[in-house]
Each structure stands twice: as structure tokens, then as C-alpha cells.
Ligand binder design. Sequence first.
Ligand SMILES: Cc1cc2nc3c(=O)[nH]c(=O)nc-3n(C[C@H](O)[C@H](O)[C@H](O)COP(=O)(O)OP(=O)(O)OC[C@H]3O[C@@H](n4cnc5c(N)ncnc54)[C@H](O)[C@@H]3O)c2cc1C
Length: 455
Amino acid sequence: MGLSDVEAGFRNAAGIETVIGVLRQRFGDRLQTGEALRAQHAHTTTYLPAQSPDAVAFPESADEIKMIVRACAAHKVPVIPFGAGSSLEGHVNAPHGGISIDMARMNRVLEVNAEDLDCTVEPGVTREQLNSDLRDTGLFFPIDPGANASIGGMTATRASGTNAVRYGTMRDNVIAVTAVTASGEEIRTARRARKSSAGYDLTRLFVGSEGTLGVLTSVTLRLQGIPQAISGGVCPFPSVEAACNAVIMTIQMGIPVARIELLDALQMKACNAYSGLSYPESPTLFLEFHGTDAGVAEQAGLFSEIASECGGGEFQWTAEAEHRTGCGKPDTMHTGRHCSFVRAPRVSPQMSACRFRGLPNASPRPRPISSPPDLIAPIVGHAGDGNFHVLVLIDTGDPAEIAAAEDFVGRLNERALAMDGTCTGEHGIGQGKRPYLSLEMGEGVAVMRQIKQGA
Ligand SMILES: Cc1cc2nc3c(=O)[nH]c(=O)nc-3n(C[C@H](O)[C@H](O)[C@H](O)COP(=O)(O)OP(=O)(O)OC[C@H]3O[C@@H](n4cnc5c(N)ncnc54)[C@H](O)[C@@H]3O)c2cc1C
């Protein structure tokens, strides 16, 4: 289907029916058309309305993906790759119907090259599965978007998360991909070489392409050695600005912090209420340091000095794992940050849904933008890389609240772009951020269209 058809809202009912018939012969039970399963493949986690695909296919190999793509291309039927469905901008919706390609059965770790610090996986491998497989090698894959997302989905959305400040994003950690393009051919974007200057950087083009240029069939990733010691700490501040100043000084001093997460006072209140914690309900930084025993102690000491210079309260830190991480343990230092997405709605139980919006890099320093007084909107930020999220809690049955949230998000994005930031520091464009892509990229969008049309 061409872009113009898609934009005109074209739904090719006859083509869809034909493709389902063709695929059913090849896939049998691995092609499902039940309503509940289709709905599950269109959930958006936000107020965006769900738009189900017509069928869900469960391929087990690149050859099967080629077959699906060729059948769909022949009959002008959309395909929507599906990883773990944790994206937040309506990415897996099927506005024109079509076939959802669920990667759950393509979940093998294909090779681990421990000496080269890389591995190649099928796209359905999840982040937690990969790290569990790698445990005995002393290596780990550092990108952590919070959700147990698939590596294919993380690549397609150029995901990052809590420790991007130390390890980068998917852009920095994907070495190569293989992908089935719209013509049904499988291409490989690069070799395993750590560096190469061979031609256009097709790998970077696919990282963040959100399924528009092809279906990823494997991803080669950089790995890291598991640090000898990890310490974590938490520190309250009198204001968001004071916390941001501490972040800026920490980064400017070159302290190699692995995570530095900001929760505002409202978010801290939500975490305390949900988890029975008793943290001060003021803006708070959660930190993690990776290194040797001596190294993490030194980093924590340096941060402690910075925090006190910026007016922060006592910096409590520990290197003991059981006190540092893991959801659901009330005494856990990072429980608050890790579970903030599920905890936020508890602040206001009458609100039925929340909306998790990537707030832009408000360069030169992270700075919050107030929401109108009638919206409840706690903030969670990956402060180390200047990116933070506002969770606008709205009743999705109330059009006035949706309109107020839309207005707020619009102003937020415009302000970020005015500061030379971005409308989406992570999470990608999907459906939710489409109106802002042109604002941010201008004529660049026309080039993206040409690339898409040629893919
Ligand atoms: C609680 C929570 C916290 C989150 N925090 C963060 C965060 O800190 N940072 C962050 O970056 N994200 C975050 N996210 C968003 C989400 O986890 C990421 O966008 C993630 O990368 C999506 O991966 P997925 O496997 O769920 O992909 P899906 O949601 O299944 O798909 C996402 C997109 O990728 C495409 N896609 C999936 N698989 C393939 C494939 N094999 N080939 C081609 N295209 C494919 C889909 O078509 C879709 O466009 C969070 C989500 C939740 C629910």
C-alpha cells in the first residue's frame, strides 16, 4: 500500500481477506483472527483508541516473514511488526487493518561472542531474557527502558531508558540488523566489525524506523562486562531546579554515573502511597554507580558533596543488591523509580488512565513545564540525559480532560522545539507524536518519505 493510500484512510478489505486465506494455508494455528487476540495486539497503554489488525501471524523464521510480507505486498495489505507491545504512542495500532506479525516465536539468542563483547539475537528476544541468558558469561546488555520490551521493538523505537547516561541508547548499541524489506528481500545492514566506513549507515537508518522500512529478523548488539560493584543511592532536594543543578554538576564533573533519575514531589507522593514507603515528598534523585568497590564509593562520595552544595538532603546509598533494586520490596531504594509508571495513577484513583509522554531534552538544562492547575501530571525524568516524562492523569471517558491534556502536550512540545529540543527523547513517533514530527524535522520529513517509498 502506498503512503497516499494510507493517508487517505484506505482499507483494502478484499486484499485482507485474500491474504488471510493465503497465510492460513501456510501458518494454520499460527494465524489467529480471534477478537481478543487482535485487540491485545492493538493496545496502546494510553488514551489513543485501539485499532486492531485483522489477523495476527506468529512466524518462526525469516523465510516465513518474507512469505507474509510478499503476500501482503502483492495485495496491498499493511503489515505491523509486533514485539512486546509496550510502546506508548499507538505504534502497534492498525488504522487500516492488516496483519500483525508477532515476533514471540522468534526468540532465540543466535550467537554470543564474549571476547568481542557482542551477540546476535532474533527480534522477539526480550531484554530480560537476553540478560538472563548472558548471566554466566559475565556480560550484560545495558539498555533498560523499564518494560520487558523485545530487542526488535527496542531497535525499531531507538529505545533508551534509565542508564542511557552511561551506556547510550539503542542507536549506540546496535551493530547491525537483518531485515525483510517491503519487496520481501532480506538485507543485512553491516558486518560485526566494531567500526566500518563502508557506504551509507543503513544500521542507523533502521534503528528508530518503527517498522516502516522493514521487519527486523535479527539484531547484533554490543554487550558490556557486568561491573564488579554497583551502588545505588537516593537524595531529596528542595526543588526540581536544585535537583537539576546537582545533575548538571555531576555530569560536568565527569562522574560516570550509570543512572540518575528524577522524580518530582507528586510522583514521590504516589510512590509512597502505593508502596508504603516513607521518602520525603519532595523532588528526589535516584542514582546508580557502576565500577570497582573503591570506584563506586568514590563516586557516591563525590555526589554527596555536590548534593549538599545544591541544597540537597542526606544522600543515602548502599552497594547491597537487596536494598538497591527490585520492584515490590518496600525497603528497596529504587522501588519508587522502577515502579513509578504503575504507581502514578494511585495518586488520584478516580482517574482511569494515564498517559506517558516523552518530554523533550529541554536543553541546555532539564527544566519542567507546569501543567494547567486542573491536570494532575507527575514527572519522572532520565535527568542525566536531559529527558523527562510527564504522566498526565486523565479520565479517558471525559473529552474535556482529553482536550486539556492535548493542549498541554502541544504546548510542551512547542516549547521544547523552541529550545532546540525534541518532541520525543525516547518512545518514538507512532501515532501520538505524528503532528510534531514535521514541526521538528521540517523538510527532513519529505526525505524520510522518499526513503520509505524506496524501501
Ligand atoms: C512502564 C514503561 C516504561 C517505559 N520506559 C521507557 C523508557 O524509559 N525508554 C524508552 O525508550 N521506552 C520506554 N517505554 C516504551 C517501550 O518499552 C519502548 O518503546 C520499547 O522499545 C518497545 O518495545 P516492544 O518490544 O514493546 O515493541 P512494540 O510495542 O511491540 O513495537 C514498537 C514499534 O516497533 C515496531 N517493531 C517491533 N518489532 C519489530 C521488528 N521485529 N521489526 C520492525 N519493527 C518492529 C512495531 O511495529 C512498533 O512500531 C516504556 C514503556 C512502558 C510500558
